[in-house]
Structures are given as C-alpha cells and as structure tokens.
Design a binder for this molecule. Structure first.
Ligand SMILES: *Cc1c(COP(=O)(O)O)cnc(C)c1O
Length: 400
C-alpha cells in the first residue's frame, strides 16, 4: 500500500502553480514610514503607489494623538465593542466622523472589508435583490456572497444598464422585498468616478436602497475631502449607506458607515464582523480622530493632491501615455501586455520610482498597467523626477 497523500500537499502545489504563472505576490518591505521618499527592499525610491493620499500616516498631529492615547488608555481595548471594548475614544471618533460626513450618525468597524462583509448581508437577505457594478471591490463581492439575496450585475458605471436591471427586477414575481444598489465611489483600478448623480435618481425611482463604498473618494473628492456625495452635491438622503475607510486618505486603519441613526443602530446590532471582533486599540481611534481634525483644519492637503494630480496627468498625457478614464489621483498608466507592465515597473524601480504593475486576473488581459497614486506630500521636484522616469522608461520600452 502506498502511503496516503499528505492532506496539505495542495498548499505547495497551488503556490507552485501561481509562481509558474508569475501570479504570486512578492512582498516589498518598507524599511521605515510610508512617505514619498522611502526605503523599499533596502533601496531608496520614490513611493508612487500608496493609498496614503494626503500623507497623513506621518502627520505630526496623528502621531502625537496615537502616542497620547497609549499613555492615557493603554495599548489595547480589551474586548469587542459590544461587550467591554467601547472606549470614549471610539465614541468621540464616531461623533466627529458623523459631523464631518454631515450625517446623522456614523459607525466605525475594524476595517472597510469588515464593514462590507458584515453589513451587506444584513441589508439584503432572502427575497431581496442586490444590484452591483461589475467592477466593484472584492470586499463588496464577498459581502454580497454572504447574503442570501439574489444578485444582478450591471455594466461598469453604466446608468442605462442599471436602469435595465432595475426594470427587469420590477417584473420579477414574486416581487422583491427589498433592492440594494451598491457601487464603489471611485474605482480603484481605473480611477474613474461612479456616476452617482445618475445612479441615485434611478435607485430612488425604483424604491431601492443605495450603498456607496467611498474608500477612494473620502479625503479626495468633494468639499474638503468629504467624499462622492459632496462631490455631486447630492441630497444626504439620496445615498442611504455611505461606507468608507480610515486606511487610505485618512492614513490609519478602520472601516466606517454613515447615514441615519436607524442605519447605525441596525448595523451594530446585526453585523457579526462588528459584534464578534475586537475593537480598535486606543492609538488607532485617536489617530483617526486627529485625521478628521487635519481634514477640517488644513484644507491645503486636499488642494495640493489635486494640483499634483492635474499636473501629473497633463504631463503624462503630453508624453503620449494612455491614462484610460482616470479622473482622480488614481492614475493608471495602461501598457497592454502583462509582461510589458512588469518590465516597466522593474525599469522604474531601477530609476528610483516604486509603482507596481496591475495585471490579469486583476484587470483584463490586454489592460495591464502601472497604477500610480498621487500623494499630497510629493514635492514639485519629486513629481518632476517621477515624470522624467516614466518618460525615459516609456521610450526605452517603445511605449511612447
Ligand atoms: C481598500 C478598499 C476597501 C477595504 O478597506 P480596508 O479598510 O482597507 O479594509 C473596501 N472597498 C474599497 C473600494 C477599497 O478600495
């Protein structure tokens, strides 16, 4: 008799397959803070792909708030929020976030992923329908999979196709109990903005709830970085669930949901990710509140982000690069083949610029790209350096 196969043999096999297809993640190690001038794998380079849009992860006020909270409240919270882990620091953060978002109430989750995975399956269940943009973020996809509701997908950022799906839903028998329309605010691979000004009236017309994941819109779009609802000057009631994260422009970590007081009360009573997972350490909650202070009191960061975005896009398009449909600080540089994107990224790294390639299966096979993300902390010289590096590498590879 042959020995039984190891029950974990698949682990190494599947990793080998990923490596053979060049689809495995190679982790880059930051030897210090996430700043424009940083150290990656021991090499000094210019960071051009962090989500730390406003440079807040190293802002002195956030660092001071985190240190002070450790002094006054300790290193951990001791429990889940629902039992003994709600500190005054968490309550204060939610109060400040609701004010910033101009919402009745806000709720903070451990991460944005936990917010989507915990709340979506509670908003729509048996007998309901979830209608989702085809390019929505993976955490939304997982949240939708956890729901017992039926699912429909509409073409990316296409209100006409959404209208078609909602009309079809109306003819469904028996009628759906509830319909939830859900979309990213800013799409993370292309940097385009969901047409919420057209989606919101459609949702209202069909009596559907509207849920926007504004992870890449908050701190970036709208008045003082208040996000996509502010960007389109929509009525507060037009979007019933505004979800976001503290892990991107806010520079820390944590997910959140804003809307009516009933939404928040419903959400924390029902979301298992919230009920059954430890709350943020004091330093995290305090640093997030400090990030809101900075957004409210230092509008220059958001302004600087947009100045650099416009300058970068203009220069790159001027050099002949294809930036796709980007309308935000997420600026993809489309190059076609995966191998080209990888070579370009490699060459940029040699030239001192860190920006990772995004390839199939994250994007279509012929839409491989380098995804750059602008950062308010870049100096004019650093931006010029990045543009020069792209132009040099692009010419070498025959892209421009
Ligand atoms: C990053 C991201 C999330 C996850 O947020 P975390 O707080 O990092 O878990 C959710 N949705 C979108 C669209 C994102 O880009």
């Amino acid at each position: 008799m042959t020995a039984p196969r190891s029950p974990t043999a698949f682990l190494a096999e599947e990793v080998r397959e990923l490596v053979a297809a060049d689809l495995d993640w190679k982790l880059r190690v930051l030897g210090g803070p996430s700043e424009p001038s940083c150290t990656i794998d021991g090499r000094k380079v210019l960071m051009l792909c962090s989500n730390n849009y406003l440079g807040l992860s190293t802002h002195p006020r956030l660092k001071a708030a985190a240190i002070e909270a450790v002094r006054t409240h300790g290193a951990g919270s001791g429990s889940v929020r629902s039992i003994a882990g709600t500190m005054d620091l968490h309550v204060e953060l939610e109060r400040r976030l609701a004010r910033f978002k101009e919402a009745d109430a806000s709720l903070v989750y451990q991460t944005g992923f936990a917010a989507n995975a915990g709340l979506i399956p509670q908003l729509a269940g048996e007998g309901d329908l979830i209608v989702s943009d085809e390019l929505n973020h993976g955490s939304i996809i997982d949240g939708v999979r956890l729901a017992r509701a039926e699912r429909a997908v509409y073409h990316h950022a296409d209100p006409d196709d959404l209208a078609r799906v909602l009309k079809e839903a109306e003819r469904h028998t028996p009628g759906y109990r509830r319909i939830l329309v859900i979309t990213d605010g800013v799409f993370s691979m292309d940097g385009d903005i969901a047409p919420l000004d057209r989606i919101a009236p459609l949702a209202a017309e069909h009596g559907a709830m509207l849920y926007v994941d504004d992870a890449h819109g908050e701190g970036v779009l709208g008045r003082g970085g208040r996000g996509i609802v502010s960007h389109f000057r929509l009525d507060r009631d037009a979007v019933q669930v505004e979800m976001g994260t503290f892990s991107k422009a806010f520079g820390v970590v944590g997910g959140h949901v804003s809307g009516s007081a009933e939404l928040v009360r419903f959400a924390y009573n029902k979301s298992r990710t919230w009920l059954l997972s430890g709350s943020h350490p004091p330093a995290v909650a305090a640093a997030c509140t400090a990030a809101i202070d900075v957004l409210e009191q230092e509008p220059q960061h958001v302004e600087r982000l947009w100045t650099l975005t416009r300058r970068f896009q203009e220069a790159m398009r001027g050099h002949g690069f294809d930036l796709g449909t980007s309308a935000t600080p997420i600026v993809p540089v489309l190059v076609g083949e995966s191998s080209t994107a990888k070579r370009l990224s490699q060459r940029l790294f040699e030239l001192g610029v860190f920006a990772l390639p995004i390839v199939f299966p994250m994007v279509a096979r012929d839409k491989a790209r380098i995804r750059t993300i602008m950062n308010a902390a870049l100096t004019d010289e650093q931006l010029a350096f990045a543009i020069d590096a792209f132009a040099k590498a692009g010419r070498e590879l025959g892209l421009i």
